[in-house]
Design a protein around this ligand. Structure first.
Ligand SMILES: [Zn+2]
Length: 74
């Protein structure tokens, strides 16, 4: 194998490595973006439910938010 062939092989391997790293990073970024679309608030805490729209604490028995009157999850 000549030096030129070895260099070309090395360049190809580096290019594949960079491409694979790019694909992995892009997939991780997409997964992170998909996760961040969820509400930052937990659905419920001890004895109270938090409204995902306005963040108001409601009793866990409430069906609608006491502040914005929207339907609560759960
Ligand atoms: Zn609300």
């Amino acid at each position: 194998m000549t030096l030129i062939n070895e260099l070309l092989l090395l360049i190809a391997a580096v290019a594949i490595g960079i491409g694979a790293t790019y694909i992995i990073l892009r997939r991780q970024r997409l997964e992170r973006d998909a996760r961040s679309k969820e509400s930052p608030y937990g659905t419920s805490t001890e004895g109270e439910k938090r409204c995902p729209y306005c963040g108001m604490f409601n009793l866990w028995t409430d069906r609608n938010c006491i502040s914005c009157k929207r339907k609560l999850p759960g």
